[in-house]
Design a binder for this molecule. Structure first.
Ligand SMILES: [Zn+2]
Length: 152
């Protein structure tokens, strides 16, 4: 899986760090705080969306995981993360994420939908209702309507 890295904000360093590193491994800068302050999580979220749109699901999963890690209260990111998990076949991970969404925002529609779908990943096609026995056959379409009054 593609690891998402965070570049150290100091130009003289610029080291790539793990997305969940609190401090730069080279210079000790608080990369996590800098990333949060600079809106980097929104940037990562958008990268994740772009990756998902292009069907690069593992990459999207990595981006969303980073945002969720940094911003545990970001419901949109967690929902997106769960969707990416599900698309990758990580059903348990997806379920955990959605359950966490519901803990944080009870009644969240997306999470509810996701959990419902996760509980029944392959719903059988709904069968059409059989016609009730003895019901009269539908009336055939009427012929050309009779004209009750002829014009002059
Ligand atoms: Zn650094």
């Amino acid at each position: 899986m593609n690891a998402v890295t965070v570049k150290c904000p100091f130009p003289r360093c610029g080291a790539e760090n793990d997305h969940d590193a609190a401090e730069c491994g080279r210079c000790g800068a608080p990369v996590r705080s800098y990333a949060l302050l600079s809106g980097y999580s929104a940037h990562l979220f958008n990268r994740g969306l772009a990756a998902a749109r292009e069907n690069r699901l593992a990459e999207a999963h990595g981006y969303f995981a980073a945002v969720v890690h940094w911003c545990p209260s970001d419901i949109e990111a967690r929902n997106a993360f769960a969707l990416a998990c599900q698309a990758l076949g990580h059903a348990g991970e997806a379920r955990d994420a959605w359950e966490e969404v519901l803990r944080r925002r009870p009644g969240d529609r997306l999470a509810g939908l996701g959990l419902t779908r996760a509980a029944a990943p392959d719903p059988p096609a709904p069968l059409p209702d059989p016609p009730p026995s003895g019901a009269p056959a539908p009336a055939p379409p009427a012929e050309a309507p009779a004209r009750s009054s002829e014009g002059p």
